[in-house]
Each structure stands twice: as structure tokens, then as C-alpha cells.
Ligand binder design. Structure first.
Ligand code: FES
Length: 94
């Protein structure tokens, strides 16, 4: 008996499941890994402030990278730093 291979071969486990769980039907940003916009926005709100952060946390933009510009747009739109940069202690002369 020849079994049909699923399209998920080669992708990290859970990526297709994430697409199935996308009940809000929000916009898919990364088609390679089925990462919806809401997942990327949540990652940004949780502290991801760069494309590398988003890649590490969501796997978005780790395939063909065709979604990189859309991910960067979301970062620019939704990133809100929570703290002011702190000044080094002791001033210039230590
Ligand atoms: S569409 Fe996101 S990596 Fe290909």
C-alpha cells in the first residue's frame, strides 16, 4: 500500500496545526510556516523588537524570507519599548 505523503514533510512539527488553530482567520504573514499576523503581533508585544527575535520566537521569515518586509512593518507598527534606556552608573568619569 502506497501512503500519500503530507505537505508538512520538511516543516517543523506544529506548523500546520497552528494554521488549523487559526480560528480567527487572521491574515497569514508567513506562508512558508503558516504564521498568522496575530502570532507575530503577540511576539512583538511580548518583547520581540527585531526580525531575528521574530524568527527565533515564531519561525516566521526563516524559509524563503519573502515575508521579511511584512514582518518588519509589523514591528515598526506594534513595537513599543517599555523602558527608557538607562544611563550608565557613575557618569563619564566613573
Ligand atoms: S513566506 Fe515567510 S519564510 Fe517564506
Amino acid at each position: 500500500m502506497v501512503r500519500e505523503r503530507k505537505a508538512t514533510v520538511g516543516y517543523p512539527i506544529g506548523m500546520n496545526q497552528r494554521a488549523k488553530n487559526n480560528k480567527n482567520k487572521d491574515r497569514i504573514i508567513c506562508f512558508c510556516y503558516s504564521v498568522p499576523e496575530s502570532v507575530i503581533i503577540k511576539a512583538i508585544q511580548d518583547g520581540c523588537s527585531s526580525l531575528m527575535d521574530i524568527r527565533r520566537e515564531t519561525s516566521a521569515s526563516t524559509g524563503c524570507a519573502g515575508c521579511s518586509e511584512d514582518v518588519k512593518k509589523l514591528i515598526r507598527k506594534h513595537w513599543k519599548p517599555t523602558e527608557e534606556p538607562s544611563e550608565p552608573e557613575g557618569g563619564q568619569n566613573g
